[in-house]
Design a protein around this ligand. Sequence first.
Ligand SMILES: NC(=O)c1ccc[n+]([C@@H]2O[C@H](COP(=O)([O-])OP(=O)(O)OC[C@H]3O[C@@H](n4cnc5c(N)ncnc54)[C@H](O)[C@@H]3O)[C@@H](O)[C@H]2O)c1
Length: 371
Amino acid sequence: MPNSAHKNSISIAVMPGDGIGPEVMKPAIALMDRALERTGGPKLSYEELDAGAECYRRTGTPMSEEVFEKAAAADAILFGAMGLPDVRRPDGIEIAPQLDLRFRLELFAGVRPVRTIPGAPTPLADPRAKNLDFVLIRESTEGLFTSRGKGEVTPDYVRETWEITRAGSERLFDFALQLGRRRKAKGSPGSVACVDKSGVFRAFAFFRQIFFERAKAFPDIDARAFNVDATALDLIRRPWIFDVLVTENQFGDILSDAGAALMGGMGMAPSADIGLTHGLFQPCHGTAPDIVGMGKANPTAMILSAAMMLDWLGETKQLPSCGAAADLLQRAVDAAFAPGDLRPFELGGEAGTQAITDRVATQLEALPLEA
Ligand SMILES: NC(=O)c1ccc[n+]([C@@H]2O[C@H](COP(=O)([O-])OP(=O)(O)OC[C@H]3O[C@@H](n4cnc5c(N)ncnc54)[C@H](O)[C@@H]3O)[C@@H](O)[C@H]2O)c1
């Protein structure tokens, strides 16, 4: 269990990881600290932990038990990105401590906001796609991913299977429905949709049935169900119809990258992995080996993930100054892109890590504390 109840400061396990992970982590921490200073928030104490593909190459383990224990004991985990395509275990798959952390800490709700930032380049021309604000919840401890490392493989046949439990689905849907309710209180439509493939798989008929059972306790929420293939279509055709989407692990993995594309690219998409006792915050992107060391990494997703962490700490520890710092940081990112001339490399522009960080830092000083 995280241990801040016994301490004054808030402890953050920092896991920068591989590739561009450390490059985006550094500015995100500096900006987060400054936002907290401005709102009079608590001082965060950071402990940097070694894990990832380079760690595996050096030590033979991607994340030691000691590192896992330290991450588990912190009040929150801030995560860069881990894994390198050419660093693989003997069974041929990549190391992925982020998946181990999700399973072992039961971080069942992968929260992937799809919020476009006015002024940032986005791919869809329709003006309604310039103001998207919906959230995809990806179940992160079950589904197809339970098969990871356990699949049956013969020279002629492979088998990897879905696993969905009643308890896992109930806590997932309760989380999504509560989020729908909180968003509705702030003006969102209050619709929560279960995304599945229930016409074909019994697993998803079960999943959908549990969704509607749990939704009965939320009469104020418009509970719906969509097929995953139709959802993929609508993510491109009319993504503005969505409010909260909740889905299985593998479906969520795929759909959330489509969500990142709607925001402009991987470097714009933040995320949080939330459980009943722990929270881990990381950009949706990976280690981007193709741009590592070039100063081209877009830090926006990491900065917004840090803002999500502050928001979560504010809520779970009842620290309004943390929530205010989250809000300030997000508004600073929005203000940095608002003039429309800040174009990250990945979106076809010239702005690298430093230029984007500097813009956000300037706004962080200039903005009033209240929106
Ligand atoms: N959570 C994680 O740690 C995580 C997630 C996904 C992939 N990975 C790992 O990362 C490695 C690379 O995976 P991939 O290439 O499929 O995905 P990736 O997200 O690393 O890169 C996909 C593309 O997006 C670009 N990109 C990603 N983040 C960017 C940023 N912040 N700024 C600018 N451009 C950015 C990359 O340059 C690349 O062209 C693999 O080893 C994979 O296993 C880790």
